[in-house]
Ligand binder design. Structure first.
Ligand SMILES: Cc1ncc(COP(=O)(O)O)c(C=O)c1O
Length: 452
């Protein structure tokens, strides 16, 4: 073991009290009194309260140490509290904590937008900074409406784009939509997302045929289609990877039909899938790109980017922006995002994610080979999914949560994904140590092999 592997951040798990320990349980009871009951999931085994996080380690309030294989919702690709992020945060905190984003902006906002414009595929790129992924999606939808004049949207089955009302309208999961269905925009057509595996419900040709029909027929409420929104790899749906050529064909079709392509790269972008944008690898040629998660280095920040010609469809600001918010271009988030971009670029993080992703994928595939309940282990960079099925081959409803709970007891934090909760999702840091990788693969494989 090297000296660095003794540091908090690169440690193996150390569970001193079976989680959740007493301090976490007390905090849970206090929280239950004051927080709306739908927010924090509470069960005999959940939650733990985080006290400290660095690199790939999390310490809870009962002093248990975990390896975070979730990247805390995919955010921590460069690890928690990266020193450059902490440094930027402290420096900015001494100078300016809050500005007036669209009125008297902070310096960091200009610097960050200039940098972001360099990572998208347009020479004349421009951006709107936003705060959450959902907000970036809503700016993208507004942009498409304003640029095409057509409000209708095509979205994909299984797609996740956020839960605020505009974003929820294009998110396809009954669990999130059912209580609010009546309040959602009715001009959305959902069409199947093909996958590059044997269990794909549609072939590429069928999916493209249905997409063309959706573009031509217009939305269910009669609105003409202005945009198609797509995740290059569907994340929360369970790491669903499209077949080769599908994204390129989607782009061709959208051009033919005069429909704008919105790439929701909130989960896949900024190195997660092994390149700065997953679109690049998959041949998707978006008109609009949404970024978030990794961007702020742990602070809330997202962005919607497009070319100047598209964004110029928005009217000139006459004194009142028609889309803004109190914290737009927040100086602390912009400063940490600049540090994140430095780390991504200088340390070649997308390439590290690609290499480590391939390594973890092949090790997991090897160790889970022949395990009956594993339908497939798949991945794109450091977004890896292990799909679980029952003996008759149907999705193991809630199986991934069972695995996550068992893994948690052994000091691994990971999340279930997929409509049936049957995909174990791994979105760790690209800087996991060798020991952490070996340990995680061994523990996780053994749990999956033995759990019922
Ligand atoms: C692809 C995608 N889009 C949008 C969102 C919504 O982002 P947020 O939760 O920051 O609103 C998410 C969140 O997981 C996501 O995965």
């Amino acid at each position: 073991m090297t000296a660095a592997e003794h540091l908090f951040g690169s440690l193996l798990p150390d569970i001193v009290t079976s989680p959740p320990g007493g301090v976490s349980r007390d905090l849970t009871m206090r929280l239950r009194e004051v927080e709306s009951r739908n927010i924090t999931y509470v069960d005999s085994g959940w939650p733990i309260f985080w006290k400290e996080a660095s690199g790939s380690n999390v310490r809870d309030v009962d002093d248990n140490i975990y390896i975070d294989l979730s990247g805390a919702f995919g955010v921590a690709l460069i690890g928690h509290a990266h020193p450059k992020v902490v440094h930027a945060l402290q420096g900015q905190g001494q100078e300016l904590i809050h500005g007036m984003g669209d009125i008297h902006p902070p310096v960091r906002k200009v610097e960050l937008i200039e940098r972001l414009c360099g990572i998208v595929p347009w020479v004349d790129a421009q951006a709107v900074l936003t705060t959450t992924g959902s907000e970036a999606v809503e700016v993208a939808l507004k942009t498409a409406q304003i640029a095409t004049g057509n409000p209708g949207i095509v979205a994909f089955r299984g797609g996740y784009h956020g839960l605020t009302m505009g974003a929820l309208a294009v998110t396809d999961r009954a669990h999130f939509r059912s209580y609010f269905e009546d309040q959602l925009y009715k001009g959305v057509t959902f069409t199947p997302f093909p996958e590059c595996n044997d269990v794909s419900q549609v072939t590429t040709d069928e999916a493209l045929g249905l997409l063309r029909a959706a573009f031509q027929q217009g939305a269910p409420n009669g609105d003409p289609i202005g945009a198609v929104i797509v995740e290059p790899v569907q994340g929360r749906a369970g790491v669903r990877i499209p077949p080769d050529g599908f994204m390129a064909a989607l782009s061709d079709l959208a051009i033919e039909e005069g429909v704008m392509v919105i790439a929701d790269e909130i989960f896949t972008g900024l190195g997660r899938c092994g390149s700065m944008l997953a679109s690049e690898q998959l041949g998707l040629r978006p008109d609009i790109v949404c970024l978030g998660k990794i961007l702020g280095g742990g602070l809330p920040l997202s962005a919607c980017l497009s070319s100047r010609s598209v964004l110029s469809a928005w009217p000139e600001n006459d004194g009142e922006a028609i889309h803004t918010n109190t914290f737009l271009g927040h100086p602390l988030s912009c400063a940490t995002a600049l540090a994140v971009l430095d780390v991504l670029e200088h340390l070649g993080v997308p390439e590290c994610a690609r290499a480590l992703g391939l390594q973890m994928l092949s090790e997991l595939q090897e160790s889970l080979k022949g395990t009956e309940k594993v339908l497939e282990v798949r991945g794109s960079g450091l977004m890896i999914g292990i799909e679980l099925v029952t003996a008759d081959g149907s999705p193991w409803e809630g199986g991934a949560a069972r695995v996550a709970e068992a893994a948690f007891g052994q000091g691994l934090i990971l999340l279930p994904a997929g409509e049936h909760g049957n995909v174990v999702e791994l979105t760790p840091s690209a800087f996991l140590s060798e020991n952490q990788v070996a340990h995680s693969v061994a523990v996780l494989s053994s749990i999956i092999q033995t759990i019922h």
